[in-house]
Design a protein around this ligand. Structure first.
Ligand code: NAD
Length: 344
């Protein structure tokens, strides 16, 4: 099978070459992202392999169908960049539901500790032989309350890590996880209670119409003064303008962002030496209490290997059996429309 692999980065290739060769796939790596302008590159291939910032909208899906490309293999968990309603009945969308919740949860804690213990400042300071501690005072995590929105795979690992630090956990999820609510350390609450009582808020839910801008001006107004906001999930969960206003007014004490609403224009690319066109992102990065990483929470050797293995196995299984447990599809009314994949 011939696979057109979009938005290819050097760190993708070793794992995909390994598993591709093992399963007999012929993978062509394209550095460009998939979108309406680049979809022509998919002509002559059996499947496209895409990542978080590729665009699989109606126009792209139409062209893929014309080329006979029936498989869109996402090498990520989220599928908000795919027009799922339009994809239904036209292309099969496969994903990697879980590759390492530990990678993302551990990165979230790494960002939190870096921020509140000023490690990012200390690193620069001591390299300049500046051993002053002025302005470096942090706070203990032990005894603090963290609000976790989304208690799926990553959210639950993050909760475990927080419990290890002796933190209290307030959780919110549209579908509560069995056995998680433990009155001593973890308690499901309403979103308003979570905003009201959390010292730190961490987002681990998918981006949907319901969760779009879940952290907006209203939400920030309900939060404690000095709240720390962590987003390693999807950029548009946070209204970046409202966050900036919250930081300027000192309502938000710190923010750690691995994702950003308009990240597709910038993340994964080197813009050093250029003038950044996005004023909101530039202003956020300029703040001493904001840490931005470039959607790297997933980036561990373990996760990359798992992603490649599952993506390749998804494609091979689907090609062989016409079905795959990791297919996602939009249900049009009848359960029979999607017997094997995850429907929504
Ligand atoms: P998951 O599907 O296991 O968990 C998501 C949870 O969110 C589920 O419990 C679900 O019930 C809940 N949820 C759904 N709608 C909700 C709503 N309206 N309000 C509150 N909760 C809601 O997914 P996961 O593997 O834990 O991943 C979580 C998110 O992390 C993904 O959607 C993705 O956007 C993001 N992610 C980021 C990176 C990265 O590198 N930064 C890597 C992987 C995943």
């Amino acid at each position: 099978m011939k696979i057109a692999f979009f938005d290819a980065k050097p760190y993708d290739k070793p794992s995909f070459d390994k598993y591709g060769a093992e399963y007999g796939l012929d993978i062509k790596y394209f550095e460009t992202k998939l979108n309406e302008d680049t979809v022509e590159l998919a002509s002559g291939y059996d499947a496209v392999c895409v990542f978080v910032n590729d665009t699989v909208n109606a126009a792209v899906i139409d062209r893929l169908c014309e080329f006979g490309v029936s498989i869109v293999a996402l090498r990520c968990a989220g599928f908000n960049n795919v027009d799922m309603k339009y994809a239904f009945g036209r292309v099969h969308v496969l994903r990697v539901p879980a590759y390492s919740p530990y990678a993302v949860a551990e990165h979230t804690m790494a960002m939190l500790l870096t921020s509140i213990r000023r490690i990012h400042k200390a690193y620069i300071r001591t390299r300049d032989f500046n051993f002053s501690l002025a302005g470096m005072t942090g706070f203990d995590l032990h005894g603090k309350t963290v609000g976790v929105i989304g208690t799926g795979r990553i959210g639950r690992v993050f909760i475990d890590i927080c419990r290890g630090f002796g933190m209290k956990v307030l959780a919110y999820d549209k579908y509560q996880a069995d056995g998680l609510d433990n009155r001593d350390t973890v308690k499901y609450v309403s979103l308003d209670e979570l905003f009201r009582d959390s010292d730190i808020i961490s987002l681990h839910c998918p981006l949907t119409e319901e969760t779009y801008h879940v952290i907006d001006e209203d939400a920030i107004a309900k939060c404690k003064r000095g709240v720390v906001i962590l987003n390693t999930s999807r950029g548009a969960l946070v209204d970046a303008e409202a966050l900036l206003a919250g930081i300027k007014s000192r309502k938000v004490g710190a923010a750690c962002l691995d994702v950003y609403e308009e990240e597709a224009d910038f993340f994964f690319e080197d813009f050093s030496g250029h003038i950044l066109e996005d004023d909101t992102l530039a202003r956020l990065i300029s703040m001493p209490n904001v840490i931005v990483t470039s959607h790297q929470a997933f980036l561990t050797e373990d996760a990359l290997s798992n992603i490649a293995q599952t993506t390749v196995e998804n494609i091979v299984r689907f090609a062989k059996n016409g079905q795959c447990e990791n297919e996602v599809c939009f249900r049009k009314g009848h359960a029979e429309d999607c017997k094997n994949g995850k429907c929504f």
